[in-house]
Design a protein around this ligand. Sequence first.
Ligand code: GCO
Ligand code: MN
Ligand code: MN
Length: 389
Amino acid sequence: MAYEPKPEHKFTFGLWTVGSRGTDPFATNGPTRGPKTPAELVYLLGEVGAYGVNFHDNDLIPIDATPAEAESIKKDFRKALADTGLVVPMATTNLFSDPIFKDGAFTSNDPTVRAYAIKKVLNAIDLGVEFGAKTYVFWGGREGTETDSSKSAVDAIKRTREAINFFCEYALDKKYDLKFALEAKPNEPRGDIYNPTTGHMLAFIATLDHPEMVGVNPEVAHEHMAGINFMHGVAQAWEAGKLFHIDLNDQYPGRYDQDLRFGSRDIKAAFYLVKFLEDVKYAGSRHFDAHAYRTEDYEGVKDFARGCMRTYLILKEKAAQFNADKEIQSILAEINADDGSMSKFFGKYSAEKAAALKAQPFDRTAIAQRGLKYERLDQLTIDLLLGAR
Ligand code: GCO
Ligand code: MN
Ligand code: MN
């Protein structure tokens, strides 16, 4: 079967993604789909061919479950994993749904909220590790403000740093094989969220006690909400050795957080992203953090999940076609041509090099007049994506 998802593609979904009941962001418009248990969602994911399932602590175990209830849910979930062969590569904590987090978790002004948040994460890490998670995500959905009269933006960063440092030490102390991935988002559900982009997160990670344990989990929609080029941020994270996880979905800029099926909005951006991930041989999960339209029943949820994976695989094929296309490659070879005559000026600084470079004449006008064929190159890419090539 063409474009069939296989375990080696590492396609994963969150319990909260296929489990989304179609509640829309306007709270008066409630669910359009009935609830499913975590085990039922694992069977659904098994049916569509996913490789793994991720969860927030409370996707699996409700926040007010008794220990006996928790054990019985875990037992059913474990059985569903064994029956389907699905794995749990990533886990995370819900630090945003309960009203206690109305003004943040790690960044709350209230020390009891901050302490409760840290305790909740410690338990959630144990739960994730119990099911084999190797990546632990932090998304600070409520770590922000509506009014900047309320909080110190510097304390917010310091408190987040202290919390992440604490969790790194906890994982080391417990000898967990775990790394952390920080997920940025500019806004929603808060008016503004601290560390709003992947770039902010990368800078923040460099200030941690164990930066080697911490990377990023960039999400398509979040960077599109910020109006920036997602693939560029992913590439920067990759180059820094920090691309620990990725959240794939889609989003129109300037709208509320839409979580659309991967590749359903900006096919070209999705193509460059898939091409990048495949070209560099990114080995991590391809996690779809999206949900089906509110119009769908659970058959539509399966259509949604299958669509995410199918589009990824089609774009992967297009990327291979791009790399094999003689005309595209000859333009790329031409625009990347290097006769070596400038090599003596690059690389490590020396006084001689600087002096030689200052003495070198450059014909600015002639260089600037050269056409770069990017129009042709882009149209070839469009032809290829539209199936006309
Ligand atoms: C969102 C986020 C979340 C996180 C999830 C895992 O916009 O709501 O993307 O879905 O990814 O909480 O950390
Ligand atoms: Mn999101
Ligand atoms: Mn996400």
